[in-house]
Design a protein around this ligand. Structure first.
Ligand code: GTP
Ligand code: MG
Length: 386
């Protein structure tokens, strides 16, 4: 038994595989990874993280030369978290135990880490996808859409956010503090690497048809990726749609105040003013929620450097928020008070001042939202005992 296998010295590379009932393939994956390490003269170990196989996979993996670690919690991410915890290498290479990736590429990933990258992602879309390896729903819808959203939300183009063959340094793993338990672990690693400004590279890889049965459930796991990304992205989730709705709503309210507006052959009237009012109110609601979510994220998730928060830090105070909010309420009440007064003065006859009344009502609601929203943001931002 070598010193590495005996646990006396830390190996340079750990190849970590999550495994759930992969008896058809896990041994061959372990052997391929070990052979690749040996060929490249790399000092390494193979760690298989299993949490519930009942088909003898762990024993097969061990016989093929892996160190098997049991993961207490179910799930792809949970298996990786246990595997990474047990891994001792400075370079960590991650890959499925289903023979869908060529572990012969391990040295290439290690070389990319040695070249200074913190995270190296395989890309099947820049490489090759063999016939039968990926169903069309994943190939043309799921993967491109989710990878595209991840690129958009997190600000860096990645061509294949879910490739199962990837690598990172131990230092990057420590900094990211990954914790997703399901398939969204793949998205988490890419998203956090980008957020934390780590050096991310892509290497084209080939995707082979897997042996054994897939553990991936398209809709459940697709949703887990999507919800993970949304929960980390208040800007596209709340702020951008909120600002757009607020702007369109306010413009509509102002434009329709004097009377109907013609846009080409269409006449926009009251109905659209109601829509505009609702849009403005909803928009401000979303903006407040977005700012609250960002404020929370700064404290809880230690995500700094956000320009919206910088804007809040520079310009927001509870008093200013209240001043703006209460001024809007006063303006709205003023408009509706004036309408009421003229109605009373005219002998309470028929009343038809829908446009200004709707503007007034909208201003009251927007102002109240701004005032209460300011309190809420202040609760999140300030210690009241200061
Ligand atoms: N330990 C453990 N491993 C899991 C679990 N779910 C999936 N895996 C393993 O994680 C790897 C990826 O799962 P796959 O079913 O291959 O998912 P996929 O690669 O996205 O889908 P396919 O393209 O169909 O292979 C495989 O090695 C699985 O055995 C789990 O709950 N626990
Ligand atoms: Mg797979």
């Amino acid at each position: 038994m070598s010193e590495v296998a005996a646990g006396l010295v830390s190996p340079e590379v750990s190849v970590v595989m999550p495994c759930l009932n992969e008896s058809a393939t896990v041994a061959s994956c372990v052997r391929k990874a070990r052979a690749a390490l040996e060929r490249a003269g790399l000092d390494g170990e193979v760690v298989v993280a299993d949490n519930g196989s009942d088909d003898g996979s762990p024993a097969l993996a061990e016989a093929a030369g892996a160190r098997v670690v049991p993961a207490p919690v179910r799930g792809y991410g949970a298996a990786y978290l246990a595997g990474l915890e047990a891994a001792r290498g400075d370079y960590l290479v991650l890959g499925d135990a289903d023979d869908s990736y060529d572990f012969g590429a391990v040295p290439e990933f290690v070389a990319a880490l040695r070249a200074g990258n913190d995270v190296v992602l395989g890309s099947r879309f820049r490489g090759r996808i063999l016939p039968g390896a990926m169903p069309w729903l994943h190939r043309y819808v799921g993967n491109p859409v989710l990878s595209g959203l991840l690129s958009l939300f997190f600000g860096r183009r990645v061509s294949d956010a879910h490739c199962g063959l990837r690598a990172m340094t131990r230092e990057a793993s420590r900094r990211m503090r990954l914790r997703s338990s399901g398939m969204e672990f793949a998205s988490e690693m890419v998203a956090l690497a980008i957020r934390q400004g780590l050096r991310v590279a892509e290497i084209p890889v080939t995707y082979y048809p897997r042996g054994g049965r897939s553990k991936l459930r398209s809709f459940r796991d697709g949703w887990r990726h999507l919800r993970f990304m949304l929960l980390l992205s208040p800007t596209p989730l709340f702020l951008l749609p909120g600002l757009a709705a607020l702007l369109v709503g306010l413009l509509g309210l102002v434009a329709l105040l004097p009377g109907p507006v013609r846009v080409g052959a269409v006449r926009l009237d009251y109905h659209f003013m109601f829509v505009a009012s609702a849009a403005a109110i909803l928009g401000l609601q979303l903006v407040v929620l977005g700012l609250a979510a960002k404020t929370y994220a700064r404290g809880e998730l230690a995500i700094a450097g956000d320009r919206w928060l910088a804007l809040l830090d520079g310009h927001f105070s509870l008093e200013r928020g209240l001043l703006v909010g209460l001024s809007l309420v006063a303006a709205g009440l003023g408009i509706n008070g004036w309408i009421l007064a003229s109605w009373l003065r005219s002998g309470r006859g028929s009343l038809f001042a829908v446009r200004p009344a709707l503007l007034g009502l909208s201003l009251v609601v927007l102002g109240a939202q701004a005032a209460f929203g300011s309190f809420f943001l202040s609760i999140l931002r300030d210690d009241p005992r200061r």
